[in-house]
Design a binder for this molecule. Sequence first.
Ligand SMILES: NC(=O)C1=CN([C@@H]2O[C@H](COP(=O)(O)OP(=O)(O)OC[C@H]3O[C@@H](n4cnc5c(N)ncnc54)[C@H](O)[C@@H]3O)[C@@H](O)[C@H]2O)[C@@H](O)CC1
Ligand SMILES: [K+]
Length: 505
Amino acid sequence: MRYLPTGAQMKQGDQKTITEMGMPSMVLMERAALSVVEMMESEQLDLKKVLVVCGSGNNGGDGFAVARLLHLKGYAVDVWFVGKESSMTEETRLQKQIAVHYGVPVKERVGEDCYTVIVDAIFGIGLSRQVSGTYYNVIENLNQMDAIKVAVDIPSGLSADTGDVLGIAFAADFTVTFAFQKIGMLFGMARKLVGKLVTASIGIEPSVYDGRGDVCYTYDRTDLKNLLPARDPDAHKGNYGKVLLIVGSPGMAGAAYFSAKAAYLTGAGLVQIYTAKENQSNLQQLLPEAIITTYERYEEEKLKELLEWADVVGIGSGLSMSETAQHLLSTTVRCAKKPCMIDADGLNILSKDRALFEKLTPDCILTPHMKEMAGLCGHSVKELKEERFRYFQEFLGSIPSVCVMKDARTLVGRDGRPVYVNTSGNQSMAKGGAGDVLGGMITGLLAQKIEPYEAGTLGVFLHGLAGDAAQKKKGSYSVLASDILDGIAEVLTAESTEMILREKC
Ligand SMILES: NC(=O)C1=CN([C@@H]2O[C@H](COP(=O)(O)OP(=O)(O)OC[C@H]3O[C@@H](n4cnc5c(N)ncnc54)[C@H](O)[C@@H]3O)[C@@H](O)[C@H]2O)[C@@H](O)CC1
Ligand SMILES: [K+]
């Protein structure tokens, strides 16, 4: 698990390390600078002539230290100080003095010199407003220079909170960020402007955020072994849960197939599909492992019987907005009393039926993509993209349930729990059926008695890993939902093989 702090949270992490651990700020700065130099050498950048551009904040202090370290290693380095003497922090003033004492040339302007590498240490996480005036011109100038570009902590001009460009931003080939990737680096233009990212450990430990519920986090592949439910050697299919999927209106057998197969592949014991009669023979051929039960019209008693049978329910994929679909959803939400994943048309119905919306319980997981989310929360997709965290948190505050807001970076949250930001997955997954697969996976995890919030975070993470496995085989254009299904098996096979090996050791 990795924390993804905002700029302000990172500053609190720095301060906590300095005041509570007693780590001097100058030592953190030295380690930060060392990590930048280490990256430049290990990437074998051409360090024939380096320009380090420093501002007056502590990011500039890192820059002065980088320049000194390079100078002491015998590289030709110039510092261009573009900040204001009067606004320098104590540490930066000291770093500047030290650099000067060691003979590093500090210039107030650069002429026609050619540099092989430019190091940007103008603004870090302390950037608090639009870049304008001289700073704007400097960054514009640097971007036009023909050299390898290295950003210290974050490219100057990028918001550490949102990834927005505040006026103008340094376009880096490499960024060395300290302690944690900042949340903004995952969104917007940041993904392009950060270049190759290295996260350097400088002595600020994850424990600085222990006990806080407000810092976002993500998973890495190494977390899987702690997240997946254990498989008991004495188990039978009943141990892994009975899934009821209420999916697929006439002609939408695909949605039913993808979600049911995904639930099975993720480990569910038994899957029953409740679908329109027209889908029966298709589904029986496509997925003989599933129990297929059908409806021609809404039958309350039959539905209640099925809800009674199930341990968990998934509803909505390809369901349509018909009257039958509305009855199916209404009865499920009101009567299920079991973990329930609601997707696609289920969400569209919910957004039009506020009385039903009020009946959501802590056992429900909603999985809207941005358009469905817009319908649910009353903000446009544009607004959601611009202030995704604000509106997501606001929405979580209005429901007792878990919400999975699907986008290139999917968020998972529940009121009172930290927001999970997904970092697995790739652009090849933007295809029809991918959402049905995710819904099935989350339902499959719920069936294995994983709590809804954890089923949401793990389901989204695994789904992305499955998409990454698919992309490796099919590239960025040709991945289909069925390839993501294959990816689930691939990821879980690799993981369970490792588990077996670990148990035998
Ligand atoms: N002990 C620490 O605090 C550590 C800090 N570190 C470095 O320090 C950075 C954070 O330092 P600071 O908080 O001093 O902030 P920055 O160095 O990011 O710069 C902020 C300075 O620029 C000014 N400013 C903000 N937006 C501006 C704008 N648009 N136009 C003009 N001026 C603007 C601010 O008033 C402030 O003086 C990190 O990114 C990291 O590089 C690292 O050395 C690790 C340890
Ligand atoms: K910077």
